[in-house]
Design a protein around this ligand. Structure first.
Ligand SMILES: *Cc1c(COP(=O)(O)O)cnc(C)c1O
Length: 429
């Protein structure tokens, strides 16, 4: 099919996520045909740097030979076999690897398919844990304002982004929102609701979808201590921060925090296939043990849970962290990224703030009306120059694959700066 026909058909039959279709149908879609390393190619073979890791999940680049080979190899054995009542080697081996690399004490792995389900699973596990312990009043959750844990109803119930979540209010269970980074507020909420709280759920160190909102040093550690004082569980949603994004394998490590439950997804398969996991401590796991008729079973599971192809991709992704020493190689790139942002982006008049933690970057544009869609205009201008970025409102997000080279990183940041300079011209006051 020609590019034109594909574009026309897209507008006829597709409904894109997080997309105002009326605007979409007025623009020419970029149709991705193939990718290699950190570069995406469209149907006319134009090249673009993938500045957002295909929505924060490509870790080692596209078409990595080792991941390609692992998936092909698994394809020769079995593409899918259920985890309900059966098991298979890729899931077993991957669970063991995840336990190995996660904060000590997280000893059980429950697979699902995406970040939202990983969060749903954690919430339901925390809720049911307290039922089994006889503390049936512990049914509520404390989350963070501007938090994001996915788009299913449970994960939206602990979401705090009004733009996405307010509309669904009548469908949601109640939760209490703490001010991000404000430990006094968290302490006050825990003191007030103490005996009704099942768990605190948060994105450790960085709230991604909020626009790369970073927390002060020590906040996560302090939340862990408060949870311990109140006997409340801590759920860390590492869906965005996991697998090297902040500079360490997991963000929790930076403050020596071990959550009771940890959610991972996005980077888990290196951006190849949908897979997620919720890791739990042995204490939580043991509370679910009993005779069949005690009904302590965790009645939750998805058809494609622990899909073997996805597990094979994840195992290969984790191997590459060792063979390519990804995290060591990342440190100088983080330093370079910081320099490039300081030099090219921060001084621009339209840039209010540049927030960064490791390889997660949010460039906040200021002085624009919602209707101007300035984040989107910058995205289009960057695209014309050969880079894919995607905004969250007026925050331009950069989330490059960890495997990006220094030259590609320079190109990505200068293209972004040039795009902002071209279109983001604040109106004269
Ligand atoms: C993206 C994200 C999710 C949702 O993951 P999906 O795979 O899109 O369902 C959950 N939590 C965080 C922190 C995320 O960034």
């Amino acid at each position: 099919m020609s590019t034109r026909d594909l574009a026309a058909l897209d507008k006829q039959v597709l409904w894109h996520p997080f997309t105002q279709q009326q605007g979409w149908s007025e623009e020419e879609p970029l149709i991705v045909q193939r990718a290699a390393g950190c570069t995406l190619y469209d149907t006319d073979d134009n090249a673009y740097i993938d500045g957002i890791s295909s929505l924060w999940c490509t870790v080692h680049g596209h078409a990595h030979p080792a991941i390609d080979a692992a998936v092909r190899d698994q394809l020769g054995r079995v593409a899918h076999s259920t985890m309900l009542g059966l098991t298979h080697a890729p899931a077993i081996e991957l669970a063991a690897r995840l336990v190995d690399i996660s904060p000590p004490g997280l000893s059980r792995v429950f697979f699902s398919d995406n970040g939202s389900t990983a969060a749903e699973v954690a919430l339901k596990m925390a809720f049911q844990y307290w039922r089994h312990r006889g503390e049936t009043r512990r049914t509520g959750f404390i989350c963070l304002r501007d938090g994001y844990h996915g788009d299913t109803i449970g994960s939206v119930s602990v979401g705090g982004i009004d733009l996405f979540h307010a509309c669904f209010g009548p469908l949601l269970f109640n939760s209490w929102q703490a001010e991000p980074g404000d430990i006094e507020h968290m302490a006050a909420l825990l003191a007030e609701h103490d005996a009704e709280v099942a768990a605190v759920i948060l994105e450790p160190l960085v709230q991604g979808a909020a626009g790369i909102l970073t927390h002060p040093d020590g906040y996560l550690r302090a939340v862990r201590e408060l949870c311990d004082q109140h006997g409340v569980l801590l759920i860390c949603d590492e869906v965005a921060t996991g697998f090297g994004r902040t500079g360490t394998m997991f963000a929790c490590e930076r403050e020596d925090v071990v959550p009771d439950l940890m959610c991972v997804a996005k980077g888990l398969t290196g951006g190849y296939l949908p897979l997620a996991a919720t890791l739990a401590s042995e204490r939580i796991y043991e509370a679910f043990l009993g005779e069949h008729e005690e009904l302590k079973t965790f009645f939750h599971g998805h058809t494609y849970t622990g899909n073997p192809l996805a597990c094979a991709a994840a195992l290969a992704t984790l191997d590459i962290f060792d063979t390519e020493r990804t995290l060591d190689a990342l440190q100088p790139k983080i330093a370079l990224l910081a320099e490039l942002l300081d030099e090219h982006v921060a001084p621009l008049p339209a840039v209010g703030e540049v927030r960064r933690r490791g390889f997660m970057v949010g460039i906040e544009l200021t002085g624009f009306e919602l209707a101007e869609r300035m984040g989107h205009q910058v995205t289009l201008a960057a695209r014309r120059r050969g880079a894919i970025v995607r905004p969250l409102g007026d925050v331009v997000v950069l989330m490059a694959p960890l495997s990006i080279t220094a030259d590609e990183l320079r190109r990505l940041v200068t293209i972004t700066a040039d795009a902002i300079a071209e279109v983001a011209v604040p109106a004269l006051a």
